[in-house]
Design a protein around this ligand. Structure first.
Ligand code: CP
Length: 301
């Protein structure tokens, strides 16, 4: 089984994975060994920079007793034209799984088609499923539940937003998206979320979207690989910055999330460093949820 998008997991798989994360996090905190995947090898192929995903997968593999290899696309023969089919076939003979970050989602899909090992999407231009799993875990950890919560996404309806829309719908969280006109989420993603009876509301006014919300989430306005004019984007998004004034429109105990890195246009430092911010816990949870994911995908192999 691959993880190209969060819906590759069933609802039950996702719930089990979040439960397993509790156990793994507890073990990590208490310093209890949990080398449950000893002798397995994972490739970490990054075509784009990464702090959280790269480090959390590397440390997670080590915690589970696995061997991880950091691979840069420019060091592989893919860069010199070796095709995806041959690459997929060959890496499947050496590795037990491949974690890949590539902007081109079709490339990750094609690699998965030609590999016999689980392929994990570590972020493409379309989806960021590992982020959304950690986000759901963080919400559950902070709110003690997932059902009946209101999640307000403020800003660009990007890959992280797509994955949150799908993940929230799987877990019965209402998703409100506030984006400038023309930057709303893709209809295809909304349609898929609706298969899970996902309650999705689209706004062009961030103040309306956050009203009575439990979670406020934002991300950079200009994502990796975005070729839109930066000054035009900044102008279009200027009303979509997460400020304390905006946060104050949500429930008093609302939490503020950001997948990082923070660029500063999209959120004030005051909010990042406020007591309502769970941003650093959210980043930490990447480690714990990715370990649960590796166990889910590799223990059955
Ligand atoms: N959130 C996230 O994926 O961070 P990195 O780009 O640093 O991996």
């Amino acid at each position: 089984m691959d993880l190209l998008k969060i819906t590759n997991l069933g609802k039950k798989d996702l719930k089990d994975l979040l439960k397993k994360t509790d156990i793994l996090k507890e073990k990590k905190i208490r310093g209890k060994p949990h080398k449950e995947l000893e002798s397995k090898s994972v490739g970490l192929l990054f075509e784009e920079p990464s702090t959280r995903t790269r480090i959390s997968f590397s440390v997670g593999c080590s915690d589970l007793g696995m061997h991880s290899l950091y691979l840069k696309e420019e060091d592989l023969q893919i860069r010199r034209g070796e095709n995806i089919k041959d690459t997929g076939n060959v890496i499947s003979r050496y590795l037990d799984s491949l974690v890949i970050r590539a902007l081109d989602h079709q490339k990750i899909k094609k690699l998965a088609q030609h590999s016999t090992i689980p392929i994990i999407n570590a972020m493409s231009k379309k989806y960021h499923p590992c982020q959304a799993i950690a986000d759901l875990y963080t919400i559950k950890e902070k709110k003690d539940q997932l059902r009946d919560l209101k999640f307000a996404w403020i800003g660009d309806a990007n890959n992280v937003c797509n994955s949150n829309i799908l993940g929230n719908s799987m877990m019965d969280i209402e998703t409100r998206i506030a984006s400038p006109k023309g930057y709303e989420p893709e209809k295809k993603v909304i349609k898929e979320a609706q298969k899970y009876q996902g309650d999705i509301k689209i706004f062009n006014d961030p103040y309306k979207a956050v009203e009575d919300s439990d979670i406020i989430y934002t991300d950079v306005w200009i994502s990796t690989g975005d070729d839109r004019d930066p000054s035009e984007i900044k102008q279009d998004f200027k009303e979509f910055k997460v400020t304390q004034e905006l946060v104050n429109q949500a429930k008093p105990d609302a939490i503020v999330m950001h997948c990082m890195p923070i660029k500063g246009n999209e959120i004030t430092r005051e909010v990042v460093e406020s007591t309502q911010s769970v941003i650093y816990d959210q980043a930490e949870n990447r480690l714990h949820t990715e370990k649960a994911l590796l166990l889910k995908l590799l223990k059955q192999n």
